[in-house]
Design a protein around this ligand. Structure first.
Ligand SMILES: *[C@@H]1O[C@H](CO)[C@@H](O)[C@H](O)[C@H]1NC(C)=O
Ligand SMILES: *[C@@H]1O[C@H](CO)[C@@H](O)[C@H](O)[C@H]1NC(C)=O
Ligand SMILES: *[C@@H]1O[C@H](CO)[C@@H](O)[C@H](O)[C@H]1NC(C)=O
Ligand SMILES: *[C@@H]1O[C@H](CO)[C@@H](O)[C@H](O)[C@H]1NC(C)=O
Ligand SMILES: *[C@@H]1O[C@H](CO)[C@@H](O)[C@H](O)[C@H]1NC(C)=O
Ligand SMILES: *[C@@H]1O[C@H](CO)[C@@H](O)[C@H](O)[C@H]1NC(C)=O
Length: 768
C-alpha cells in the first residue's frame, strides 16, 4: 500500500494505523500527515501527530508535543517568525507567516515580527539575541531563511539562516522537542564563512514569544527565583506591565544564588478568563547568564536569554563556528503544578540520557553521612573511622569526607589547590579509611573545590599564572579556560579517585569570579568567561567518562550552581548550606520548580543555624525526606534514643524512597515567609499507585485546627491504604483506607499538626 502525504486513511484499529505510520516514515522522510478516522472508535483521534512536521506547501513547521504546539514560519521577506505557541493544534493548519505582515502597519516588518532569532541590526528595536562586529566596522546583521531545513528523527529541526546577500555569516537554528514533557530546547550555531576574523559580542540562546493577552485588564505574572547564600530559590511573582522589561541575571561567572536562570509566566485568572496557562523555561548554562522579559502594549511578551552579554566576546576565524547553550521552555495549561511536573521530568529525562549513573530508576540516591557540620576542619583518620563505624548501623549508604583532608588545610586560609592527602591527618593516605568504609557496606565520597586556590598553597606558588588574580575570601579562582589547568585537575582528581576507590565527589565552588581574562592571548580575552565554563564542563565530562560509576554532586556555597545544564552532567545538587529545616522548606519549595526530587539533597543536622529553636529530630528528618536524604549531625554525641530514632527514620525513608525519588513533587499547601505556618507537599508515583504526603507546622500561635488538605493526582476509583507517622518512627499513629476520589475531593485531616510548634507528619498512600 502506498500512502501519500495528505491522504485520508480509514481504518478500524488504532494499532494498525500506528504500525503503518512507522512504515511510512521508513519510506519517505517527508513528514506524513494523517487525517485519521477510527471507524469503531468513539472519538476522533487527533490528526496532527506529535513530532516535527513541515506544512505541505508553506515554509511553516509544526513542533507538536503531547499537549502543546509551537509553530514557526518564514515570512515573504525571509524572517523566521513564531506563529503559535500554546495549546495543541489538531491539524496542519494553513498558518501562512506572510500574514504577520498585516498585523501592524505603522512600522516595517522587522520591528514587530515575532522573530525566532532577532539580531542587532535594521529596524529591530526590542531585545535582541545576537550581535556581531565585522572588520570594516559594520555591526549589523539581517538573518533570513536560506531555504534549507532539516528534520531528523521526528524531534530535531535545523533551519539555516543567511545574512541576506551581504556577508557570509551563517546561522543554523536548532530545535529539539521533548514530546512527553511539552518542552522545546533551542540553541543555534553561528559560522563565519568569510575570509576575515569577526567578533561575536552577544550570543543569547533564543527568543520566545508569548501570544497576546485579550484585553487590557488581562494580567500575567512572571514568577522568578531570588536568593542569597543560605536563602536560595525564594519564589516571587511580579505583574508584567506594557513597556516594562524585567531582567534576571548573574554576572558572577557561575549561575549564583542571587537569581536563578528560570522563569514562569502565568495567566492570572479573572472573572472572564479562567485560564491556567503557564509558559516556563530555564537555561542550561553554568556560567553568567541573563534572561529578560519585555511586554508590549498588545500584551505580547518576548523573553530572551542566554550567556550574559556583559563583557562577553568570542572571535570567529574563517570557517569557525560557535554554538550557544540550550534554552529550554515549555507550555502547560495546568497551572504551576503542571509546570512543576514537566520541567523536573524533563531534567530527569536528560540525566538518564546522559549519565551512566542515572540510567536506572531503581538505583536510588544513597542516604549519606557528611561530618562537615559536626567537625568542620577538625578531621583525622581516627575521627572519621569512628564516625564511619557509627554511620553504618544507622543505615547510611554513602560516607563523605568533607573539606580539610588535603594539603596544609587546617582552615580556609591555606592548602586549597593542593589535592594530595594531608599526612598529619591521614598518615597512611586515604585508602585505609576508604577500605573500611567499603567493608562497612557504604560507598566512599570526598569533597573537592577544584576551581579554588589559596594564595598560601603550593599550587599557587608553582603556577601564579593559572589564576584569575582577585584575592577575596582568602582565595583565588583557577582559570579553567587553560588546558594545562584542566589537565592538572583532571589528572590529580582522576588518579585520587582510582587509587582510593572513590564512589562520589562533592564538587564545591565558593568564589564569584573577578579579573576574568586571558593573558598573552591572540584572540578576544573576553572568551575567558565562556572558556572557563567549558573547561569546567570538560573536566566533569572526562571524569564521568573515565569513572562511569562515579557520582558527582554540584555545590557552590550551597545552591549557587544548580542550573539545568549542570544537572545534565552531575547526579545531584546541594540545595543550600542552610540546613535549618523551617528555612529549608521554603528553599525546597522554590527549587522544586526545576529540580527532579531525587537530585535535591537535604541533610538532618544539629546545625548552629537553629541552635535555640529546639526543633525535634522527627521534623528534621521529615523535611529531608523530600529528596535525597543525608545526615550531618554529631552522631557520635547522639543518645541511645536518638540513635534508635534516626535508624528508624532512615529505614522508613528507604521504604518510601521509590516514590520520593522517582515521583512528581507537588505542593498542596504552599510555604510562605509571612502568613501560613503550615506547608504540605505530595510526591506521587507516575502510575498513581503510591504517594507520600509530607506535612509541616513550623508554628502554631492559634488554637484553630488545620483545614482539610485535598490530595491530587490519585486514581479516583482506587482504594488506598494510608499510614501516618508523626514523631514516632517505630509506629504509625494512624492507619486507614480511603478512595482516591474521597482523598482528592474531600481531603485528609492532618490532626497531629494541630496545637504545637515543629509538628510534622509522613503520610504514605498505597493503592490496594
Ligand atoms: C500567504 O499569504 C500571502 C499574503 O496573503 C499570499 O500572497 C500567499 O499566496 C500565501 N501563500 C500561500 C502558500 O498560501
Ligand atoms: C575583535 O576583538 C579583538 C580583541 O578585542 C580586537 O583586537 C579586534 O579588533 C576585534 N575585531 C573586530 C572585527 O571587531
Ligand atoms: C540533518 O541533521 C542531522 C542531525 O543533526 C545531520 O546528521 C544531517 O547530516 C543533516 N542533514 C542535512 C541534509 O543537513
Ligand atoms: C539575494 O540575491 C539574489 C540574487 O541577486 C536575489 O534574488 C535575492 O532576492 C536576494 N536576497 C535578499 C534577501 O536580498
Ligand atoms: C573554509 O572551508 C571551505 C570549505 O571547506 C574551504 O574551501 C576554505 O578554504 C576554508 N577557508 C579557510 C580560510 O580555511
Ligand atoms: C590556618 O592554618 C594555617 C596552616 O596550618 C596556620 O598557619 C594559620 O595560623 C591558621 N590560621 C588561623 C586563623 O587559624
Amino acid at each position: 500500500m502506498i500512502v501519500k502525504p495528505g491522504f485520508m486513511i480509514v481504518c478500524h484499529q488504532f494499532n494498525e494505523i500506528q504500525f503503518m505510520e512507522e512504515e511510512m516514515h521508513g519510506i519517505t522522510d517527508k513528514p506524513i500527515i494523517l487525517w485519521l478516522i477510527a471507524a469503531t472508535a468513539v472519538s476522533t483521534i487527533s490528526a496532527l501527530k506529535t513530532g516535527i512536521h513541515k506544512h505541505k506547501s508553506l515554509d511553516t513547521w509544526f513542533l507538536v508535543t503531547e499537549q502543546s504546539t509551537y509553530v514557526i514560519g518564514a515570512t515573504a521577506e525571509g524572517y523566521i517568525a513564531n506563529l503559535h505557541w500554546g495549546n495543541r493544534l489538531e491539524k496542519l493548519d494553513d498558518l501562512n507567516a506572510t500574514m504577520t505582515d498585516t498585523f501592524f502597519v505603522q512600522n516595517p516588518p522587522p520591528t514587530y515580527v515575532t522573530e525566532e532569532l532577532p539580531v542587532f541590526g535594521g529596524l529591530r528595536f526590542r531585545d535582541n539575541v545576537l550581535m556581531v562586529e565585522f572588520p570594516d566596522g559594520v555591526r549589523e546583521l539581517n538573518l533570513l531563511y536560506s531555504g534549507k531545513a532539516n528534520i531528523t528523527d521526528n524531534y530535531l529541526l535545523d533551519l539555516d539562516l543567511r545574512d541576506g546577500n551581504r556577508t557570509d555569516v551563517l546561522v543554523t537554528l536548532h530545535y529539539e522537542i521533548d514530546i512527553e514533557n511539552d518542552i522545546i530546547r533551542r540553541s543555534y550555531t553561528i559560522r563565519n564563512g568569510m575570509d576575515k576574523r569577526i567578533n561575536v559580542s552577544k550570543a543569547f540562546s533564543a527568543a520566545w514569544h508569548l501570544p497576546t493577552t485579550l484585553g487590557s485588564d488581562e494580567k500575567r505574572e512572571i514568577m522568578t527565583l531570588a536568593g542569597e547564600w543560605g536563602s536560595e530559590a525564594m519564589v516571587q511573582s511580579t505583574e508584567l506591565r506594557p513597556g516594562v522589561t524585567h531582567v534576571i541575571q548573574s554576572q558572577r561567572g557561575f549561575p549564583s544564588h542571587v537569581s536563578y536562570p528560570y522563569f514562569a509566566i502565568r495567566q492570572v485568572p479573572s472573572d472572564v478568563n479562567p485560564s491556567t496557562e503557564v509558559y516556563f523555561g530555564a537555561l542550561a548554562w553554568s556560567g553568567s547568564w541573563e534572561i529578560t522579559a519585555h511586554t508590549s502594549l498588545f500584551g505580547t511578551t518576548r523573553v530572551v536569554g542566554g550567556m550574559h552579554h556583559q563583557d562577553f566576546g568570542w572571535s570567529l576565524d574563517p570557517n569557525e563556528s560557535f554554538t550557544t547553550p540550550v534554552f529550554a521552555a515549555g507550555f502547560t495549561n495546568k497551572g504551576m503544578p503542571g509546570a512543576r511536573k514537566l520541567l523536573p521530568r524533563h531534567v530527569r529525562k536528560y540525566q538518564k540520557k546522559n549519565l551512566a549513573t542515572q540510567k536506572d530508576d531503581s538505583v536510588y540516591h544513597p542516604v549519606l553521612y557528611n561530618s562537615w557540620e559536626a567537625m568542620t576542619f577538625d578531621i583525622s583518620v581516627d575521627k572519621q573511622l569512628e564516625l564511619a563505624e557509627m554511620a553504618a548501623p544507622l543505615g547510611i549508604e554513602l560516607f563523605v569526607v568533607d573539606d580539610g583532608w588535603f594539603g596544609a588545610r587546617d582552615n580556609d586560609s591555606a592548602g586549597l589547590g593542593d589535592w594530595y592527602v594531608n599526612k598529619k591527618k591521614f598518615p597512611h593516605g586515604m585508602k585505609p579509611l576508604a577500605d573500611r568504609v567499603h567493608e562497612l557496606g557504604m560507598k566512599f565520597g570526598i569533597w573537592y573545590e577544584p576551581e579554588g586556590v589559596n594564595p598560601n598553597s603550593d599550587l599557587y606558588r608553582e603556577h601564579p599564572d593559572w589564576v584569575f588574580y582577585y584575592d577575596a575570601r582568602n582565595q583565588l579562582v583557577l582559570n579553567l579556560a587553560l588546558p594545562e589547568v584542566q589537565e592538572y585537575l583532571f589528572n590529580s582528581m582522576s588518579s585520587f579517585i582510582t587509587d582510593n576507590d572513590v564512589d562520589y565527589i562533592k564538587w564545591d565552588m565558593n568564589r564569584p569570579w573577578g579579573e576574568v581574562s586571558m593573558h598573552n592571548y591572540d584572540r578576544n580575552p573576553r572568551e575567558a568567561w565562556t572558556l572557563s565554563v567549558r573547561g569546567f564542563y570538560n573536566i566533569i565530562d572526562k571524569l564521568k567518562e573515565a569513572h562511569p560509576k562515579l557520582w558527582i554532586e554540584s555545590c557552590a556555597s550551597g545552591g549557587g550552581r544548580m542550573d539545568i545544564g549542570i544537572l545534565e552532567k552531575t547526579d545531584q545538587v546541594w540545595t543550600s548550606d542552610n540546613t535549618r529545616p523551617d528555612a529549608r522548606i521554603m528553599i525546597q519549595y522554590g527549587a522544586s520548580l526545576f529540580l527532579p526530587p531525587r537530585a535535591q539533597y537535604s541533610w538532618v543536622t544539629d546545625s548552629p543555624w537553629d541552635a535555640n529553636t529546639n526543633i525535634p529530630l522527627s521534623f528534621r528528618f521529615h523535611v529531608s525526606f523530600m529528596g535525597g536524604l543525608g545526615i550531618g549531625s554529631k552522631i557520635n554525641e547522639f543518645t541511645k534514643e536518638q540513635t534508635e530514632e534516626a535508624t528508624a527514620w532512615v529505614s522508613l525513608y528507604k521504604q518510601i524512597r521509590p516514590v520520593i525519588q522517582n515521583g512528581d513533587l507537588d505542593w498542596l499547601v504552599q510555604p510562605s515567609r509571612l502568613s501560613e505556618l503550615v506547608a504540605v507537599s505530595q510526591t506521587t508515583s507516575r502510575d498513581q499507585s503510591e504517594a507520600v504526603v509530607l506535612g509541616y507546622r513550623h508554628n502554631s500561635p492559634f488554637s484553630t485546627p488545620l483545614n482539610w488538605v485535598r490530595l491530587r493526582n490519585l486514581d479516583k476509583s482506587a482504594t488506598y491504604t494510608i499510614k501516618v507517622w508523626g514523631s514516632d518512627p517505630h509506629e504509625a499513629e494512624e492507619e486507614y483506607e480511603s478512595t482516591g476520589a474521597l482523598l482528592m475531593h474531600r481531603g485528609i485531616m492532618l490532626n497531629s499538626l494541630n496545637s504545637a510548634m515543629f509538628k510534622s507528619v509522613v503520610v504514605w498512600l498505597q493503592r490496594k
